[in-house]
Design a protein around this ligand. Structure first.
Ligand code: HEC
Ligand code: HEC
Length: 308
C-alpha cells in the first residue's frame, strides 16, 4: 500500500515538474508592448557633444558598455569604444552588456531611433523582450535621450559579437515569471535648464546618475524600502553611505567645494562599485546642483556611519 502511494506521489510530482518546466520554457521569450518615443537623432554638433558628455560622465554608459579604461582614454583625448561584452556574472546566470556602436551586424546600426529610445525608456528590446533592469534612465528627459542617441549614432562602428545571455534553471524560472519591462515612473520631462539649482540636481540624482539606486535601501525584489538616499545595501562589502542632510550623513559637514573636489579625485577605494571614474567627468555646475539638492533631502538617521 505504502509503496503504491509513494509510486503515485512520485508520478504526480514528475508530471508537476514537467508541467512547470514546459511552462517555464514557453515563457522564456515573452513579448511586451511599449510605445515608441518620438525621439529623433540629430546631427547638430552641440547636441552630439551634450550626448557625449552625458555618456561619459553622469550617465556612466561606458562603465558597463566598454571594456577599456574609459577614464584614461578620455584624458588622452580619445573616444572609448562602447562595444559591449562586459559579463555580469550573477547567481542566476550571466548577462552581457551589448555593443552599442553603429556596427550593422553586431551593434545598433540597424536599430531605428525609436527602437533605441524604447529600450532605454521602456525597457523593451527591439524584438519585444524585456530588458534586464541594469539601466535606470526611464525618466531621462526627451532632450537628453535625444542627445545620447545622437552621440551613439556619431561613433565609429566596432565589430564585436557579444555572447547571448545564459541563465541557469533558477534564472529561467525568474525570467519566466518575474522579469518584466520597467518604464517611466511618471511624466518624463521634455527638457530641463542645466543650472546649479536643487531641481536640476534632483533630476541628475534620480533620473540620470542612479545615485538613488545604490544609496537607498531596497528589498530583495529591488523595491525601495525606507527613505531615499539614507544609505543603501552593501555592494562588494561597502555600504553606499547616507547622503541625506543629517548629522549621520556622509557629506553633512562637507562644503560645496569639498564635494566637487572629492568627485574630481575619482575612485579611491579600488573595490568600490560606484562609477567614480565616469562621475569625475561631470562639470562643476552638475556637481554643484547635486550638492544643492542633497542639502534639501530630509534628514534620515542611519546606523551605517562606520561603513569605511
Ligand atoms: C549598470 C550597467 C549599464 C549601464 C550604466 C548602461 N547599460 Fe546599457 N545595457 C546594459 C546591459 C547589461 C544590457 C543588456 C540587457 C539585456 O540583455 O536585457 C544593456 C543594453 C543596452 C541597449 C540595448 C542594445 C540592443 O542591442 O538592443 C542599449 C541601446 C543600451 N544598453 C544603451 C545604454 C546607454 C545609452 C547607456 C548610458 C546612457 C547605458 N546603456 C548604460 C548595462 C548597462
Ligand atoms: C553602483 C552603486 C553606486 C552609485 C550609482 C552611486 N554610488 Fe555613491 N557610493 C557607492 C558606494 C559603494 C560607496 C562607498 C565606497 C566609496 O566611497 O567609493 C559610495 C560612496 C559615495 C560617497 C562618499 C565618498 C567618500 O569619499 O566618503 C558620496 C559622496 C557618494 N557616494 C555620492 C554619490 C552620488 C552623488 C551618486 C550619483 C551621482 C552616487 N554616489 C552614485 C555606490 C554608488
Amino acid at each position: 500500500m505504502i509503496k503504491k502511494i509513494l509510486k503515485w506521489t512520485g508520478i504526480i510530482l514528475l508530471v508537476l515538474i514537467a508541467g512547470i518546466s514546459i511552462t517555464t520554457a514557453s515563457r522564456q521569450h515573452l513579448k511586451y508592448d511599449a510605445p515608441y518615443p518620438d525621439i529623433h537623432a540629430s546631427k547638430d554638433t552641440a547636441v552630439i557633444a551634450r550626448g557625449k558628455h552625458l555618456v561619459f560622465s553622469i550617465a556612466h554608459c561606458a562603465d558597463c558598455h566598454s571594456l577599456v579604461n574609459a577614464d584614461s582614454m578620455l584624458q588622452a583625448g580619445q573616444e572609448p569604444p562602447l562595444s559591449g561584452g562586459y559579463a555580469f556574472k550573477m547567481p542566476l546566470g550571466t548577462v552581457y552588456s551589448r555593443n552599442i556602436t553603429p556596427d550593422k551586424e553586431t551593434g545598433i546600426g540597424n536599430r531605428t531611433d525609436a527602437e533605441l529610445a524604447r529600450v532605454i525608456r521602456y525597457g523593451v528590446h527591439a524584438n519585444g523582450e524585456a530588458v534586464y533592469e541594469f539601466m535606470s534612465f526611464h525618466d531621462m528627459s526627451d532632450e537628453d535621450l535625444t542627445a545620447v542617441i545622437s552621440y551613439l549614432r556619431s561613433t565609429k562602428p566596432v565589430k564585436n559579437k557579444v555572447p547571448e545571455n545564459t541563465l541557469n534553471v533558477m534564472g529561467n524560472i525568474v525570467k519566466a515569471y518575474m522579469v518584466k519591462p520597467v518604464g517611466p515612473s511618471g511624466n518624463v520631462p521634455v527638457a530641463l535648464q542645466a543650472d546649479t539649482t536643487a531641481a536640476y540636481g534632483k533630476y541628475l540624482v534620480f533620473n540620470v546618475g542612479n545615485c538613488i539606486g545604490c544609496h537607498s535601501k531596497r528589498d530583495l525584489s529591488g523595491k525601495f524600502d525606507g527613505p531615499y538616499l539614507a544609505g543603501g545595501n552593501p555592494i562588494n562589502g561597502l555600504i553606499p553611505p547616507n547622503l541625506t542632510n543629517d548629522s549621520t550623513g556622509r557629506i553633512f559637514t562637507w562644503s560645496q567645494q569639498q564635494f566637487v573636489e572629492r568627485f574630481r579625485k575619482g575612485k579611491l577605494i579600488p573595490q568600490s562599485e560606484m562609477p567614480w571614474n565616469s562621475f569625475k567627468h561631470m562639470n562643476d555646475n552638475e556637481l554643484k546642483a547635486i550638492y544643492n539638492f542633497l542639502k534639501t533631502v530630509p534628514a534620515a538617521r542611519t546606523e551605517q556611519l562606520a561603513s569605511k
